[in-house]
Structure formats: structure tokens, C-alpha cells
Design a protein around this ligand. Structure first.
Ligand code: ZN
Ligand code: ZN
Ligand code: FE
Length: 734
């Protein structure tokens, strides 16, 4: 059966867009791509743009894979691919492969690459006695090393990086000037004679870790807190000092063998983990390993990364066991980057500081990736990805998009490119708000950008909205879910009309209620809210985000059923006190998780849904609860009745969870069939759920709909600024 599916899929034409960055212009790359594509029997085109090369190729999966493999192995000798991004698009009917005319860049924006993980050659040097850079933690070359986090201004050369204070020694100068050398024009080039140095020995750090202590390490994009991941007491102490209850910690494992010993690792996950971006990848843990249980007991996944800088490699050689590697901050605050600031802010957390004298120009957290239905999906876009531009179909005016409130990112639009900032986090604390403002200044300065227009969320109380209004510039307020839809469409090169299924936790609606279970028919730049989840009143509003039992009580109340909720909650519902109306799909997940007993509370948003998904994955039940689509809404009443019936009959919670997922997928299909638009977009934080995404996608495909999901920005609110930037061009709501 699976083989059959694989076969059918491999013969369906696919279209892949590749954006290549590095030395790819003026080195004969376009004719090479043309020859290679033709010899692989592909159609499509290749084009030089502002700072790289864009290729679109179309054929079967095998031929595309052959092309991408040979692109790397047979590339012109002088070419250097430093970063590449791929996006799967809808196939078209072009019959040839052509070289297209170059686009003229709208603004100077060349040269800012993301930070790249240590390359094999540099790793060899730092681990080989006798090499000039043996054990030198700031080793890098043109293929690897810091970029985004050291650049202070453009154009990119050493004098405008945080290494400008380090004059090159004669040996480094020679390498830097020699076109044959791997370090020819490597701006952050350094060696033990002339480069930055550590203020503490790594042996001391290793000894602290071995004792169960906590080390604050100045990494690439900010400070990290490290401790022995096998030591439950150390992990508990880190939680206590960091004020972090049960939210999972990320791990750094010494090598791929160690990853395989602790987690299941697919080929795609392996590729991402070892890529130059080197993000945290969410993996399924193997039970019964040496890891402390309190690392991730609230999540079914482990967030795992490999050492990505020479400093990390050298430290992990001294402690070749799993380490917690979490952002250097108090929960909710931005990551610290400055030595003095870090000592103040992290002084009560760390037992030892490992600092150095290479300044960090801007903070950049570790990125988080999950492989969903075989595809890379970003959950947090920062180190290794930011600030690569996202290409969009239409040229945009000069817009600054200030994003939402949670999982904040900001973006600037230059022509066909949108530069989305690194993940900034929630804008609750003063520090987070300062970081938000700093990032806007930083992006504008770096890209010589002055916005004509500011795009923000429709929510009047978001800090970002208030900031936008206070600038005095023209402001376009974009409805939250409309922005989600536009972001997904933009990165998939999809033009309207399309159906957008936008499901998340919360977003301000046109009617001033909380939306989050939306079906939009999108035409040009406006949307029709063709259907939504049946609304219910949520006692305590935002307080319910971490207390799923409140949503459960609300739904039971709405259906006239008894609830076991405390009397104060019942009174709130009966008297409609502080019970905002919502259509949130996220809260429906919370309610179902609470009713089934899978999760009555969450320690972070989305935790209940994650546990529900993982329970559902353990069964193959194909039954779906009834979830009828009426004229205006999806009525979860019959679903809840059937679900409670199952609970009364002691049906196992995983089966109930599966039937709930199946019902949602069927609902999406029903909406698509009613709307009759061939293209369907799935977006919003709920679609971080791989089971729901995969089930809905395959149902829709069986009925000949084309499905679009996020690839380059997260489906959660981290993608909102992209959507805002795209929509601001055609003002719809002010
Ligand atoms: Zn290197
Ligand atoms: Zn040197
Ligand atoms: Fe959202």
C-alpha cells in the first residue's frame, strides 16, 4: 500500500523553487544550471536577483533530487553555495527551461547571510594538534561562521563587523588576500594570535558542568545556559533559578551517534540537524535513555541540536554527554548578548560565566524546526535562517510590518523581498518591548530603509499596534487571520482566489470578538469570512489559555450540560461576566484535551493540543465525530455529545483524540467542497499539528484540491509580519 502511494507520488510532477546565496553570480552559474536542468529533463527557469540566484525546476521527485544533488557536486569551481532555501510550489505547464533576465535590485541589501554552522574543514583544524587554529574557538572561513550576528552595517566587510577591533596578523592577512585560500575575504577571519579570546578556560566550564553546575556561555546569537542533561537535580535547579516551570528545555548532543542513541531520526531530520542552519529539531525520544526525566516531561518531543560553533564543539569534546542548552534569559525576557548585561541579568542563575571579547551585534535565538509530513516546518525562525529574504509574487511598497503580540517578529518589504526579523518572543515585558524597538531600528538602519507605511495588527491593545500608531506615519491595520492567510499564500507564490483555513489560539476579529477557527474565501486583497467555528464564551479570557478545563466548562455550559468546574466559573458563565466570545480552534483543542483527561492544564500555549495529537497518533481509528458545517458555522455541538458518549463508554482517550482530529479534517474538506476554490491554504498555530495537517492534506488531495502550508516562516504568529507586509500594499481596513 505504502509502496503504491510512493509510486504515484513520485510520478506526479512537482515544482521546486531554490534560492541560493553565496558566490553564485559572475561564476558561470546560470549556464551551468541550464545545462544541468536540461540534462535532467527539467522545465523551469533560473534568474539572478539582488543577492543570489533563484531557480525553479519542475519534474518528478527523482529528477528533482538528482538535480539538487548534482547542483552541489558539479557546480562551477569558483562558485560557493553558502545557504539555500527551498519551497515547493504548484506545478505549471511550461515546456522548456530558460535563463531569465536579471531583476534590478530595489535597494542595496546584498550580503547579509545567516550565521552558518562550523564546516567540516574548520572542525578538522580545531581538533588537529599542530594546526594553527588547534583548539581555537573563533575559527571560521568563507563557508562557515557568524554573519548576521556580527554585521553592524553594509556593505559587508570586516570594518563594519564586530571584529573591526581585531587587526589581522600577517598569517591571517595572507589567507585573507589569497584567492586560492578557503579564507579569501572571510570577514570574521581570526586566529589565536590576532582574534578574540575567551575569558575563562573551557576546562573550568567542563568542571562546573561535571559538578552539576550551571554555565552561562556566550554563544553565537546570545548567551545560553548549559547544564548536564543527565542530572535531574541540575535540571531542577536550572528551572528554579530561571523561573521556568515545566516548559521543555532544548538539548545539545555531542554528535549524530548520540542523537540516534536518544531519539528517532529520519533522513530529513538528519539533513536539517546537520545543515549549515543547524537548528533545534523536535524529535521523538527513545524511552529509557540516560536523560533526566524533567527535561521535557510536559512535551512528547525533545528539542535537539548539534554543536554549531567551534566554541560549542570544543566544549562538548570536554563533556561528551547531553547538555541542556537553553536561551540565556529569565523566562519571557529576550536573550542576553552583552557581557556586563549578562552578568547582571543571569548572575542569579549561572555558577560560571564563559565570556569572550567578540561582541554580538544583535541577538538571535536558536531556531526550532519540526518535520511535518516529510517537510521541514519552522516553528521559530532565527539563527541560521534570518535574515534571508522571503520572495513574494508582487512588488511591494516600503512597508514596515510590526507583527502581532505573541511570538513577535517584524518585517520590512523591499520590492519582491520581505525581510522577516529573527524571532523576538512575546511583547509582555519591558525588556521584550525594548528589544522589539531595537530590532525595528536595527533593520531600518542595516538596510537603509525608511518605511512609507506601517502595517500592524487590528488589535488596538497590542503593544506593536500602539507603537505603530505613535509613529505618526500612515498605518494599515490588518486583521490577524487575514495576515496568517496572506503569509502562507505569499511564500507559496499563490495568487487569489483561494480558501484559507486559519486556525489558531486568538486573534482580534472584525466584530471585536476573539476569532481563531476561521474559513476565509480570499479574493484579491480582501476576504469573506464564509464560516467559522461555533462561538462560545470563555470564562476569564486569556486566563483560559493555560487552563483548558475552563474551555471545557464553557463548551458544556453552551450545550446546557453539567460541568464540574468551580462555582465561580459557573457563575461567570451564567452571568456572562468577563466571558469574551470566541471561535478559537486552539481553545476547542484545549477543551477536548481537558474532557478526555489528556491535559486539564497547560504550562505553555499549545501544550494540550500537542499531547492530544500525540495520543491520537497511537491509533489508526478512521471514525470521525459529527461536525456539521451549517450556513455560517461549524457546529461542534454534535461532536461534543458524541465524544462525551465515548467517554461514558470508556473508549480509550487516544481513540477519542483521533476521532476529534478526523472530524476536523472532514470539516476542512466540507468547507473546501462548499467553496469550490481549487487552492486551499492551511495556516495558524493549530497547523503546527502534524497529524491534523497530514490528515486534512491527504483528504483534500484525494478530492483534487491543491493544499498549501508554510515552508519558510512559521504557521504560528511568527509568520504574521510577513502577511501584514504583503497586505499593507492594498489597504483594506484602517
Ligand atoms: Zn569553515
Ligand atoms: Zn591571525
Ligand atoms: Fe495567530
Amino acid at each position: 500500500m505504502d509502496a503504491m502511494v510512493g509510486r504515484t507520488q513520485s510520478q506526479t510532477p512537482l515544482r521546486l523553487r531554490l534560492a541560493l546565496y553565496g558566490v553564485v553570480q559572475g561564476v558561470g552559474f546560470r549556464p551551468f544550471v541550464h545545462r544541468l536542468a536540461t540534462s535532467c529533463g527539467l522545465t523551469g527557469w533560473v534568474l539572478n536577483n539582488g543577492d543570489g540566484l533563484v531557480i525553479e525546476i519542475q519534474s518528478t521527485r527523482e529528477r528533482i533530487d538528482e538535480f539538487t544533488a548534482r547542483l552541489e557536486s558539479e557546480r562551477p569551481a569558483a562558485a560557493l553555495i553558502l545557504a539555500r532555501e527551498s519551497t515547493w510550489l504548484v506545478p505549471d505547464d511550461a515546456a522548456t527551461f530558460e535563463i531569465r533576465h536579471s531583476e534590478s535590485a530595489a535597494a542595496p541589501r546584498t550580503g547579509i547571510l545567516p550565521d552558518l554552522a562550523t564546516c567540516p574543514e574548520c572542525l578538522r583544524e580545531i581538533t588537529t594538534p599542530g594546526e594553527r587554529r588547534h583548539q581555537y574557538p573563533f575559527t571560521n572561513c568563507t563557508l562557515c561562521g557568524p554573519r548576521f550576528t556580527i554585521i553592524e552595517a553594509l556593505p559587508y566587510d570586516r570594518a563594519r563587523t564586530t571584529l573591526r577591533g581585531f587587526a589581522l596578523c600577517p598569517a591571517c592577512e595572507n589567507e585573507y588576500q589569497d584567492p586560492q585560500d578557503r579564507r579569501f575575504h572571510a570577514q570574521p577571519i581570526a586566529c589565536p594570535q590576532c582574534g578574540p579570546h575567551l575569558d575563562t578556560t573551557l576546562a573550568e566550564a567542563a568542571a562546573t558542568l561535571a559538578r552539576g553546575g550551571i554555565v552561562a556561555l556566550k554563544g553565537v546569537g546570545g548567551f545560553q545556559l548549559l547544564t548536564d542533561a543527565r542530572n535531574a537535580e541540575a535540571v531542577a535547579e536550572l528551572r528554579r533559578r530561571k523561573h521556568r516551570d515545566t516548559k521543555p528545555f532544548a538539548l545539545m548532543l555531542p554528535d549524530v551517534a548520540s542523537v540516534r542513541a536518544h531519539c528517532r531520526l529520519s533522513e530529513e531530520e538528519h539533513r536539517i540537524l546537520t545543515s549549515p542552519a543547524a537548528p533545534i529539531v523536535l524529535l521523538e525520544p527513545i524511552p529509557g535513555t540516560d536523560l533526566a526525566p524533567n527535561i521535557s516531561d510536559s512535551s512528547p518531543f525533545l528539542g535537539v541540536m548539534l554543536p554549531y560553533s567551534p566554541l560549542h564543539h570544543l566544549l562538548m569534546r570536554l563533556c561528551p554527554y547531553p547538555l541542556i542548552a537553553t536561551s540565556g534569559n529569565l523566562s519571557g525576557d529576550p536573550i542576553a548578548i552583552d557581557n556586563t548585561e549578562a552578568r547582571t541579568r543571569l548572575g542569579s542563575i549561572a555558577d560560571l560565566f564563559v565570556t569572550h571579547n567578540r561582541p554580538i551585534a544583535r541577538s538571535c535565538d536558536d531556531s526550532v524546526v519540526r518535520v511535518t509530513a516529510g517537510k521541514e516546518q519552522l516553528l521559530r525562525r532565527a539563527r541560521g535562517y534570518a535574515p534571508l529574504p522571503i520572495r513574494v509574487p508582487s512588488a511591494l511598497p516600503k512597508v514596515l510590518a510590526v507583527g502581532p503580540h505573541m511570538k513577535s517578529t517584524v518585517a520590512i518589504a523591499c520590492g519582491h523581498d520581505v525581510i522577516v526579523s529573527q524571532h523576538l518572543g512575546d511583547l509582555d515585558s519591558l525588556e521584550a518591548r525594548a528589544a522589539f524597538e531595537r530590532t525595528i531600528d536595527d533593520l531600518c538602519r542595516l538596510y537603509h530603509f525608511t518605511p512609507d507605511l506601517i502595517a500592524c495588527d487590528l488589535h488596538p491593545d497590542y503593544y506593536s499596534t500602539q507603537w505603530a500608531r505613535a509613529t505618526g506615519k500612515p498605518v494599515v491595520a490588518i486583521q490577524h487571520h487575514h495576515a496568517h492567510a496572506a503569509a502562507c499564500a505569499a511564500e507559496n507564490d499563490l495568487r487569489s482566489p483561494y480558501l484559507a483555513v486559519v486556525w489558531d489560539g486568538t486573534g482580534y476579529g472584525l466584530d471585536h470578538t476573539i476569532w481563531g477557527g476561521e474559513f476565509f474565501a480570499v479574493h484579491d486583497n480582501h476576504f469573506d469570512r464564509i464560516a467559522h467555528l461555533r462561538p462560545f464564551r470563555l470564562p476569564g479570557g486569556d486566563a483560559a489559555v493555560r487552563q483548558g478545563w475552563r474551555a471545557a466548562a464553557a463548551i458544556q455550559h453552551e450545550l446546557g450540560l453539567d460541568t464540574t468546574a468551580p462555582s465561580i466559573i459557573r457563575r461567570m458563565l451564567e452571568q456572562n461576566l468577563n466571558c469574551p466570545l470566541t471561535t478559537s480552534a486552539g481553545r476547542l483543542f484545549d477543551a477536548v484535551a481537558a474532557l478526555t483527561g489528556i491535559a486539564r492544564e497547560s504550562t505553555f500555549e499549545g501544550q494540550a493540543a500537542m499531547l492530544l495529537e500525540c495520543a491520537a497518533r497511537t491509533t489508526n481509528d478512521t471514525t470521525a465525530y459529527p461536525l456539521p458545517l451549517t450556513e455560517t458555522h461549524a457546529d461542534w455541538g454534535p461532536l461534543i455529545h458524541a465524544l462525551l458518549e465515548d467517554i461514558a463508554h470508556a473508549v480509550p482517550p487516544p481513540v477519542i483524540a483521533r476521532r476529534f482530529h478526523n472530524a476536523l479534517a472532514q470539516l476542512i474538506l466540507a468547507a473546501a467542497q462548499r467553496t469550490q476554490l481549487p487552492n486551499v491554504v492551511l495556516t495558524g498555530g493549530v497547523f503546527q499539528n502534524a497529524l491534523l495537517t497530514a490528515t486534512a492534506t491527504s483528504l483534500l488531495r484525494d478530492h483534487h484540491f491543491t493544499v498549501h502550508t508554510h515552508q519558510r516562516v512559521p504557521p504560528n504568529d511568527g509568520g504574521i509580519s510577513l502577511g501584514q507586509a504583503v497586505l499593507a500594499a492594498a489597504p483594506v481596513l484602517r
